[in-house]
Structure formats: C-alpha cells, structure tokens
Write a protein that binds this ligand. Structure first.
Ligand code: FAD
Ligand code: SF4
Length: 512
C-alpha cells in the first residue's frame, strides 16, 4: 500500500471526499482500541453502538471497493496505545503516507500530533462534517470570553440561508421559545410517539468486552436499540419528521413518568448518528425543512426550535470547546468539590425526578436535554459536585457523549464551572421548575411546596443556599437581582430554617 488512512470511531462519514474513488493503493484502518474504552467508564450500549457502527462502516466501505482492515479488541490488545498500533501497521504495509481526519477531541488530536513514523509522512485533513469551518472558530469564539449563542445562531442562519426569506427570518421572528416549551397534559401524553428502535445483535461485542475485562455502566441488551449505519440513521430522521417534528418545540422541555415506553417524547435521538457522523448536520436540517414545506400543518415554531439545536447549539458548543480547551477541562469557578452519590450508578433515590432521569439514562444511555440540564445537571450544580466527577459520568453514560459536545454542556451550561463563558448566569432552579415542566412531584417522597424540614423537596432549600452562598458573584446580574429582593423580604427565621435544611440534605447526600 502507498497510503494508510485512519478512521476513528466518530468519523463514519461515508460522504467524505476520501471515498469518492476506490484506490487499491490506499488502506483504510478502523480499530477497536483499549485506550478509547478505558479513559472513562462508558455505558455498555455506547460501546456497542460505536463498535457496531464501526464494523458496519468497514463492511460498507469494502462493498464499495475500498481496501479496509478492521481490527477488533482481540487484535489491538498487545499495543500500548493508538500510536504504537499505527507505527506497527503503517510499517507493515510499507506505506509512505499516513493520513487521518482531525479528531474532534483534544485528547486524540494531541496524541496524533505526537505520532512519529519512520518511513511515512503524516497528513491531517478535515472531517467535512461541521458547518462552521474549523479555522474560523478562533474568530467567532475568542478564548475565555462569553459569546451569546443567539447572535452566533442568527449569523449561521444568514450565512447558510436557512429559514430565511428576503434576508428576514421565516415567520418574522428568530426565536419562538415563548410559544414553545409547554407541559404535557394528559391528552398529550396519550398521543406520544413510541421511539423507533433497531435491533442489531451485539452478542459478539458484549462477549468481547467481557473477554477483555472492559468495565462498563448501565443496562446491557443483546439487541441494540441505536442506529448503527447510515440507512438506519436516515430512517430515524424520517421517523422524527413524521411523528415528532409536529410537536417538537412545544414539548421540548416537558418530562413525564407516565407511559415510560415513550421515553424519548418528541426528541429525535439523532445525536449518536450525528456525532458518529453517519449523517451530517446540514442534511438533517434540510430534511426537516423539506418536510415542513411539504406539510403546511407543521408550525414554524416547531421547526425553528429544532434547527436552532443543530445549527445553533451544536455548532456553538464545538466552537466553545476548541477555543478554550485544554484549560477548559480544569476550570472550576464555583470551587465545587463533592463526590457523585452512588445512585448515579443505580438510580435508586427518593427524589422522583432524579430517579427517573438517572434510571432512564442507565437503561437507554439517553436522556433528553432538560433531564440532563435541569434535573441531573441542576442537582449537581446545587450540591456542588466536582466538575471532574460530573464530566466523567456524563462522558460515560450517554450514547452521544464525546468530549467536544459533552464538556461545554456539562462544565459550562449545567455547572457554571467556566465562570460564564457559555451562560451569563447559572441554570439553577428550585423544585418549582421541575413541578412546572413534569408530573414527577405528585408521587415524590418529598413535598414540593415545602422549603424546610426533612420532607421538604431538597432542591428548594439547596437552591436558596446556592443563591445565598454566591450572592457576591451574582447580585449584580440584572437577571438575578429580583430574586435576591425576594430572599431579603423573607423573614430571618424562615431563611435560617431553609439554609439549615439544605445543610442537612448535603450532609446525607447518599441517602436522599
Ligand atoms: P434533540 O432534542 O432531538 O435535538 C436535536 C439535536 O440537536 C441533537 O441530536 C443534538 O445534535 C443537537 N443539540 C441539541 N442541544 C444541544 C446542545 N446543548 N449541545 C449540542 N448539541 C445539541 N449532546 C451530545 O450530543 N453529547 C453529549 O455528550 C451531550 N451532553 C450533554 C450534557 C449536558 C449537561 C447537557 C445539558 C446537554 C448535553 N448534550 C449533549 C446536548 C443535548 O442534551 C443532546 O444533544 C440531546 O439531548 C440529544 O438527544 P436528541 O438527539 O434526541 O436531541
Ligand atoms: Fe424532584 Fe422535588 Fe419534585 Fe421530588 S418534589 S420530584 S425532588 S422536584
């Protein structure tokens, strides 16, 4: 072979220019690596999804006439790490050129930049996946500075001419949040769509993980529900357009414990397919807009709400990550130091909201945005769990978790550990937010209306403790000032009872 090209597990982009022509002198290398399965403890379904998708990708490339070498854990176990493996295989093929696509994780980019090959030149190319070119990130996202997602998103809408007419946003507004984000009522719950699940047999992968002693978390299933190839990803996209898009924005933030088999509500569950690059952000956006044009009953608010997630948030967090990494991985602006309680690994807590969000994450390797942000994330924020602990858990548990997208969401959006690079204020909330958006509180062990005492909803007192503790930092923020006025109007005895309750909850975090 003249050239060896590495394909990482999240670089399964069949539309990449590499594959335009099959060249018998080019060998593609796809490898299951020990290092990738042990840098954190991953959910077992996450590993199965990546290994399953990598193997399918290898076999599809082979069918298209490319030369491919797929290495399982059995074949890579003797190599210390990725670079050792590459040195061996590039030398074995006699190739004079080695190419890789720029990794989306700093960890891998740093590792591959250290690669030294005796007889081959090394070349790095773009993944051809994201909308914002990599070399524009520094200009869009100055290091250490806050950038408002909304402004970035509007620039992206204009630049790519998405949902625009005559230079103006379709529907006359950029943002339809005010008409979205409703709670599910009982008649809505009856018509929730059932998630489309696939059934790829992963028995071999599970056996391999066991054979190699790979530690995992979460519930294993021999039939994997996640899409593992492009055809299944496109089927899931079509399913989303037909059954979920018409109500996506409206119930984007809602949560329910009724009908647990409809666990993903109106969400697309496309994040794994997108992050593994089985499908591209632009084709998802275009499919959704095409479906909207063909179905006039679908409101712009639903469509804009979805496009904002992909064109706005997804591209934005990638920019924040690359502008601020590696320092971003160490910042802890609120100096949070607690350990994650054990129930993050089994879901058994009397806090009903947390119990549902954790159990669902462990059962399916999935939770939707508000479960991640306002239930689990808010709990970690208010109880001051160390960002490293939180990062490790999120990076492990979700099928779509890759550091570039996980870290700004966790450290930035959920924990405010970046001191305000992602958000201008923390997404801290008391139990009343969860009560407003879900039906969890009615059957909870704790009382949602109470702020002090052993049975009071822990989030109520923890919220006020958090705001009180960080008053000096947040008091000048106009979006929070009102809140401090409310706190100051509360009588001293009540305030002390609330703060004492919060300390009691913190002292017995493992038993909540
Ligand atoms: P939908 O609700 O259907 O949204 C469509 C798509 O929009 C998603 O597939 C995703 O690609 C994109 N998107 C939406 N919100 C965001 C966001 N805030 N950041 C980036 N992309 C977004 N997303 C990941 O892909 N990987 C992660 O590891 C991850 N960790 C998160 C951790 C926390 C604390 C929070 C608050 C959010 C995290 N997110 C992460 C973002 C978001 O929650 C998930 O992308 C989404 O829940 C995936 O489900 P879905 O495909 O059904 O999304
Ligand atoms: Fe969660 Fe509090 Fe509601 Fe219980 S009462 S479900 S802990 S918000």
């Amino acid at each position: 072979f003249h050239t060896v090209r590495l394909i990482l597990g999240d670089q399964l982009n069949a539309q990449h220019s590499w594959y335009k022509q099959a060249d018998p002198k080019v060998l593609y290398l796809i490898a299951e690596l020990h290092q990738e399965n042990t840098y954190v403890t991953h959910h077992v379904q996450k590993i199965c999804a990546f290994f399953g998708a990598m193997a399918q990708f290898a076999s599809e490339l082979g069918d298209a006439g490319h030369k491919v070498r797929y290495l399982t854990l059995d074949e890579t176990q003797d190599f210390a790490d990725l670079n050792a493996l590459l040195q061996h295989y590039v030398a074995e093929t006699g190739a004079i050129k080695f190419e890789y696509q720029r990794p989306d994780e700093y960890r891998l980019l740093a590792q591959l930049s250290q690669l030294k090959l005796a007889n081959a030149v090394v070349n790095c190319v773009d993944t051809e996946h994201f909308l914002l070119p990599f070399d524009e990130i520094d200009r869009e996202f100055p290091q250490g500075q806050h950038r408002l997602m909304e402004h970035f998103y509007r620039r992206m809408r204009k630049r790519f001419n998405i949902l625009m007419t005559d230079g103006k946003p379709v529907g006359g507004q950029w943002n339809f949040d005010a008409s979205n984000r409703q709670k599910l009522k009982s008649q809505d719950i009856k018509s929730l769509p059932t998630p489309l699940m696939f059934g790829h047999n992963v028995q071999d992968i599970l056996a391999r993980l066991q054979r190699h002693g790979i530690n995992t978390m979460g519930k294993a299933d021999t039939r994997l529900l996640w899409p593992i190839n492009r055809a299944q990803s496109l089927e899931l996209l079509q399913y989303f357009c037909e059954y979920c898009l018409p109500a996506f924005g409206r119930f984007q933030d809602a949560m329910t414990q009724q009908h647990p088999s409809q666990w993903s509500l109106y969400h697309s569950r496309l994040s794994f397919s997108l992050n593994a690059k089985l499908i591209s952000p632009l084709e998802v956006i275009n499919a959704v807009i095409e479906h909207y044009h063909a179905n006039p009953f679908i409101e712009i608010a639903q469509v804009e709400g979805f496009v904002r997630q992909i064109l706005g948030w997804r591209e934005y967090v990638r920019g924040i990550y690359w502008a601020n990494i590696p320092n971003y991985a160490n910042i802890n602006a609120l100096e949070a130091t607690r350990k994650l309680p054990d129930y993050f690994w089994h879901g058994k807590t009397r806090m009903n909201c947390l119990h549902h969000a954790l159990s669902q994450s462990l059962d399916y390797a999935y939770a939707h945005h508000i479960q991640r942000l306002m239930v689990i994330g808010n709990f970690c924020l208010l109880t001051e769990i160390a960002p490293d602990e939180v990062d490790k858990w999120y990076l492990g548990v979700y099928v779509d978790a890759i550091e570039w997208v996980e870290m700004p969401n966790t450290r930035g959006m959920a924990l405010f550990a970046d001191g305000g690079i992602v958000g201008t204020k923390p997404y801290a909330a008391s139990g009343s937010y969860i009560n407003k958006m879900s039906d969890y509180c009615g059957s909870c062990h704790y009382k949602i209306k109470e702020r002090s005492g052993a049975l009071a909803c822990p989030l109520n007192s923890l919220y006020w403790r958090f705001m009180d503790k960080h008053r000096a930092q947040f008091t000048h923020n106009p979006r929070i000032a009102m809140l401090y006025r409310t706190w100051d109007k509360t009588d001293e005895a009540t305030r002390q009872a609330i703060l004492a309750t919060a300390e009691q909850h913190l002292a017995q975090l493992e038993r909540l």
